[in-house]
Design a protein around this ligand. Structure first.
Ligand code: GSH
Length: 323
């Protein structure tokens, strides 16, 4: 028996019907927000049932997550010991291998110039240090999906409020898909939704979901609170255009840049370019190389490929003093 009303079910696209069945089959208690892509109204649907959830492995980590507040990243704009930065980020990468490094579609015809992206960009509200957000970003690298990222650091002045308004609470990650009108909390549900909707029949690589419990928190600890809290001197007004970052989730240097974008609460287009990505040609076209990170800032015309220079650029350009 469906837990969703016939009216809501009939208004959902076929793929979302599949999604709702999937959700019910794994006994979830959660809220799915369904908004028609062509309308302004949002219908909130309570899909609940008893039993354990697909994210039972995450409940333990959910309990631990509040402990994140104990970490404080310090002033991210200060001169850094880059040897230490790269070492801790590389250890984080080791802890999360093999997830978030390659596209599952790498054997598709590389001559194809089109990517797998949906017509309207996905919108991901997250923060870099959050293990559950990491899980979703890893899945997006595997799915070779780009997304708009709206960083929601603690102390956020913009994006957290949007999440509260759309979804009703501050919990991350939170995905909005304007193509289907769906918005979802719960990292496990988001990953399943993304594979169902955009996975062309594929499943997450073995262990991607489960491993979050075991090592998903390691980068959070090794990076000692980077990518968690708004920098106190961050510019409060948002830039008029979104920045664009070529990255893949488990790249050590790209991680350092995403942390900075989060601490500055700068919205950006995340162009995932894992190994075998359909987007590799695009990266080579714009930068001349295959390496990530590569940052484009259409507000200033800056295009930078060296992570140290990107960090210096971001903290100089987007500090309150610079306005
Ligand atoms: N079970 C959820 C847990 C999400 C969660 O606990 N997220 C934490 C961050 S790691 C959160 O949103 N905390 C509230 C906050 O940061 O204000 C999931 O898998 O997405």
């Amino acid at each position: 028996m469906s837990l969703l009303s016939p009216k809501i079910l009939s208004s959902l696209p076929p793929s979302l019907h599949r999604f709702t069945r999937l959700e019910q089959s794994v006994s979830l208690r959660k809220r799915i927000h369904v908004k028609s892509p062509d309308s302004d109204t949002t219908e909130s649907v309570s899909a609940s049932s008893d039993g354990s959830s697909s994210s039972s492995t995450t409940s333990f980590l959910s309990f631990l997550c509040p402990l994140l507040k104990l970490f404080s990243g310090g002033d991210p704009s200060q001169e850094r010991n880059y040897t230490l930065e790269v070492a801790t980020s590389s250890l984080s990468t080791l802890a999360r291998l093999p997830w978030g490094s390659r596209s599952l579609f790498e054997n598709l015809n590389n001559q194809e110039t089109t990517t797998l992206d949906p017509p309207k960009p996905l919108q991901l509200y997250e923060f870099e240090a959050c293990p559950f957000c990491r899980r979703v970003r890893e899945a997006m690298t595997e799915l070779d999906l780009s997304t708009e990222v709206y960083p929601c650091p603690k102390g956020s002045v913009r994006h957290r409020e949007i999440v509260r308004k759309i979804g009703g609470k501050e919990q991350f990650p939170f995905l909005v898909d304007p193509n289907t009108g769906v918005s979802i909390y719960e990292s496990g549900d988001i990953v399943k939704y993304l594979f169902e909707q955009y996975g062309k029949g594929r499943s997450p690589s073995t262990g991607l979901l489960e491993s979050t419990l075991f090592t998903g928190w390691v980068p959070t600890i090794l990076r000692a609170g980077r990518g968690m809290t708004l920098w106190e001197k961050a510019r409060l007004d948002p830039p008029s255009k979104k920045l664009e970052l070529f990255s893949f989730e488990n790249n050590p240097n790209a991680r350092l840049v995403r942390e900075a974008l989060c601490e500055l609460e700068l919205p950006y287009i995340l162009q995932n370019v894992g190994t075998g990505s359909q987007r590799t040609n695009l990266l080579v076209d714009v930068s001349g190389f295959q390496e990530v990170p590569y940052l484009i800032d259409p507000n200033t015309g800056a295009e930078i490929g060296d992570y140290k220079k990107i960090l210096a650029y971001l903290f100089q350009t987007y500090s309150a003093a610079a306005t």
